[in-house]
Design a binder for this molecule. Structure first.
Ligand code: HEC
Ligand code: HEC
Length: 209
């Protein structure tokens, strides 16, 4: 199947099936997992070594301060897109600030692997937008905040190597009025991005190590 078409189909299959697949594969994930029960509460969705799985993004190597801030946003219901609501609001309902902090530090310490699942043909354009923005279209460069290699800094997240669909979904959601934190600059940044720019950026970033 053609790549773009395959991606569309995968998208349409949607979440119900994704979650069935998570449940179906739960046994092997658990069997090989020697992590503690608190971590397993997260990795049964976020994948072995928290490298991401289906709609749940990679947490490995993410900035600890960012993970912590998002856990707070899920807890306070300020990160409000449908997947967040459906999966993360419940997952953090009973999580105290101290446990959230420990989990954030733990996941940040794991070595991240790049998803490598974007469209290779779009990566060069995505890289140009990432580094330079598109001034005539009011699209700012991402580099200034997310770092030269998309590694993030402080509570600004690492983007390099996140999965194509996750990145695409996030960039679309800000345009649709969803939020992730109270003072995030991203709704303003993403407002000017069209579908082509989003696909190029998500493709490029999925390959960044
Ligand atoms: C039932 C499945 C499920 C469980 C259990 C779960 N998550 Fe998630 N998590 C998700 C999904 C799906 C998303 C993506 C939400 C979105 O698209 O906004 C997510 C998003 C996140 C994010 C945001 C990452 C980013 O890059 O912005 C963090 C942080 C996170 N989860 C941490 C955790 C932690 C810590 C636990 C364990 C306490 C956990 N999750 C348990 C499904 C789950
Ligand atoms: C002014 C600083 C700033 C600029 C410029 C910026 N970002 Fe962000 N970005 C942030 C902050 C802060 C967050 C975390 C808060 C949030 O998620 O809303 C974030 C979050 C994100 C996320 C969510 C990551 C995750 O794990 O869910 C993506 C994707 C993203 N930015 C992409 C981009 C892209 C692509 C550009 C360039 C077009 C860009 N950002 C420009 C500050 C910035």
């Amino acid at each position: 199947m053609h790549k773009a078409r395959k991606l569309e189909v995968m998208k349409r299959i949607g979440l119900k099936i994704a979650i069935m697949a998570i449940v179906a594969s739960a046994a092997p994930v658990w069997a090989g997992d020697d992590e503690n029960p608190g971590v397993r509460n997260c990795t049964w969705c976020h994948g072995t070594s928290a490298q991401g799985y289906m709609v749940a993004p990679r947490l490995a190597g993410q900035r600890a301060q960012y993970i912590e801030s998002q856990l707070r946003s899920f807890h306070e219901h300020t990160r409000d897109n449908p997947f967040s609501k459906q999966y993360m609001w419940g997952a953090v309902a009973a999580l105290g600030p101290r446990e959230a902090r420990d989990l954030a530090i733990y996941f940040a310490s794991l070595v991240p692997k790049a998803a490598n699942d974007g469209d290779r043909d779009l990566a060069a354009r995505g890289r140009t937008i990432y580094l330079d923005g598109i001034p005539e279209a009011n699209i700012v460069s991402c580099y200034a905040c997310h770092g030269p290699n998309a590694e993030g800094v402080r509570d600004i997240p690492r983007l390099g190597g996140l999965a194509y669909f996750y990145l695409k979904g996030r960039l679309e959601q800000w345009g649709q009025g969803y939020h992730s934190g109270v003072e995030s600059p991203m709704p303003l940044v993403a407002r000017h991005l069209g579908p082509d720019e989003i696909e190029a950026l998500a493709s490029y970033l999925s390959f960044v190590k």
